[in-house]
Design a protein around this ligand. Structure first.
Ligand SMILES: Cc1ncc(COP(=O)(O)O)c(C=O)c1O
Length: 402
């Protein structure tokens, strides 16, 4: 009996690849500072937890496939508050995390064998989802020296073929922390318009912003390209609800919307309790988001400054989200990250990072880079980056960096 070739061909999650080494180190009693995954440590709002504490409804029925009406209403309110008054309740579909939103969006715009353009480095799970669907992601390089901002229009247009169905981008970006300017977003909107392709934006980090300029959402352009624009969103990071599995798709394209609903029907329901908990998002005050922003800004400042001061490390200052890509003075970051988990100890502590190769499709790119998620409090981050610095020194001294 054989498993399918496509199963064998599926890339391994770059973020979770090193888990077995971490599990072993933990079993040996080693303390690991986990900077490898974007699971925020900030508390979930109390008003949401209260729903869990007071839950009485029995039995726990299915939720509506496209989202519980009360949850959709809360989401509608959220976007209305942001000023997007043209979004109707029917334009919103709730999904099982942003992950399912990515899956549904890619499935709906591209056949197996079709192409979707993506800016590299990108959130590694896009490649796994595209792999499941047989959709070909075509990488467009961006560079640390440019703060990972977008290349010129001609560079993007050159990669568009008869098979190109969409461009997907993530703003603010995981893994780079780049926040795209109005000019950049407008350029993508114009390309979508001129080439008649879909434009999908993943804005799950919308509230994590460290730049003064106003955030430019794809929603700002929905009326210009109503049939082509798709918003991918999630409450995982915004309200520290990663385990709640609450994602969102917004489109003004009725055919797409009905298609999303068809897919949603196939898996019957998202989590009822999760959605009821999240209806309380309308009660979460501005101070919650403000505090979260302030905390992450402090963390960004700490991590960026410390990394910049390590000899041989190259970083670009993140403008949003809670990730940073660091180019290290070593040849192979995966080997280095494994070595950190297997061999490096200081006071029986080490640090775990994500090797960045998995965030690229172009062979050889990102092999000397790591992605760091600054999802720990500042004192823990200081210790973690100190451990990284010590690790680099030891690794280099042992001659392993070459
Ligand atoms: C850019 C981006 N999009 C989507 C997701 C999916 O999040 P979830 O499925 O938890 O909503 C993540 C999670 O890390 C992410 O970083």
């Amino acid at each position: 009996m054989q498993t399918s070739q496509r199963l064998k061909d599926l890339p391994m999650s770059a973020i979770r690849k090193l888990t077995p080494y971490a599990t072993k180190a933990l079993a040996d009693g080693v303390k690991i500072y986990k900077l490898n995954i974007g699971d925020p440590d900030i508390k979930t709002p109390e008003c949401m937890l209260d729903v869990l504490r007071k839950w009485e409804t029995n039995p726990i029925r299915y939720a509506a496939a496209i989202g519980e009406p009360d949850f959709l209403k809360a989401l509608h309110q959220y976007y209305l508050k942001l000023g997007f008054d043209f979004i109707a309740l029917e334009n919103i579909i709730s999904t099982i995390g942003g992950s399912e939103a990515i899956f549904m969006a890619l499935f709906s715009v591209a056949q197996a064998g079709d192409e979707v353009l993506i800016f590299e480095p990108f959130f590694a799970n896009y490649a796994i989802t595209a792999g499941i669907l047989g959709v070909k992601l075509v990488p467009i390089p961006t560079y640390i020296e440019d703060g990972f901002h977008l290349p010129k229009k001609e560079v993007i247009e050159k990669l568009i073929t008869s098979k190109t169905k969409a461009i997907i981008y993530c703003n603010p970006s995981n893994p780079t922390g780049t926040v795209y300017t109005k000019e950049e977003v407008e350029m993508l909107v114009n390309i979508a318009k001129e080439k008649n392709i879909f434009l999908m934006c993943d804005e799950v980090y919308r509230e994590f912003l460290f730049v003064k300029r106003p955030f430019v959402s794809i929603l700002d352009y929905f009326k210009q390209i109503p049939e082509q624009a798709i918003l991918i969103d999630s409450l995982s990071k915004r309200y520290s609800l990663c385990g709640g599995r609450l994602g969102i798709l917004i489109t003004l394209n009725n055919e797409l919307r009905d298609g999303f609903a068809k897919i949603a029907n196939s898996r019957l329901s998202g989590g009822l309790i999760d959605q009821m908990m999240a209806t309380k998002m309308t009660d979460v005050g501005k101070e919650y988001t403000d505090n979260v922003q302030k905390e992450y800004r402090n963390r960004r400042d700490t991590v960026y400054k410390m990394l910049k001061d390590i000899p041989g490390v190259v970083v670009s200052e993140p403008e949003g989200a809670f990730y940073i890509i660091a180019k290290l003075p070593i040849k192979n970051s995966e080997e280095f990250c494994i070595w950190m988990l297997k061999e490096f100890r200081d006071n029986n502590e080490t640090v775990m990072m994500a090797p960045a190769g998995g965030f690229y499709l172009t062979p050889g790119k990102g092999v000397d880079e790591v992605r760091i998620a600054y999802v720990l409090e500042v004192p823990k981050l200081i210790r973690a980056i100190t451990l990284l610095k010590m690790g680099l020194e030891t690794y280099t001294a042992k001659g392993k960096a070459e």
